[in-house]
Design a protein. Structure first.
Length: 84
């Protein structure tokens, strides 16, 4: 999954951490530059889906307490999204 996200970031021409607003701005910019629409749309959807599912509304302790699985707790150390 990480490789797919890194590829999508490269296609969009952005680097993390990225807000949804910045992602939309980069998408529009790349469309105006004449990037391939299918590839760009696919990258945009992948990043948007990942960002919307990212647990950003709660503190690290609350998430680890509620979801002790590695899938959620490991995101805080993920350098791709500005982790520690």
């Amino acid at each position: 999954m990480r490789a797919e996200i890194e590829r999508a970031l490269k296609i969009m021409g952005i680097s993390p951490p990225v807000s949804i607003k910045e992602l939309k701005r980069a998408y529009r910019k790349r469309l105006m530059e004449g990037a391939e629409v299918a590839e760009l749309s696919s990258a945009y959807r992948l990043l948007l889906e990942f960002m919307e599912s990212y647990p950003f509304r709660f503190s690290e302790e609350e998430i680890k307490r509620a979801c002790p699985s590695e899938r959620f707790s490991s995101r805080f150390g993920d350098l791709l999204w500005g982790g520690r």
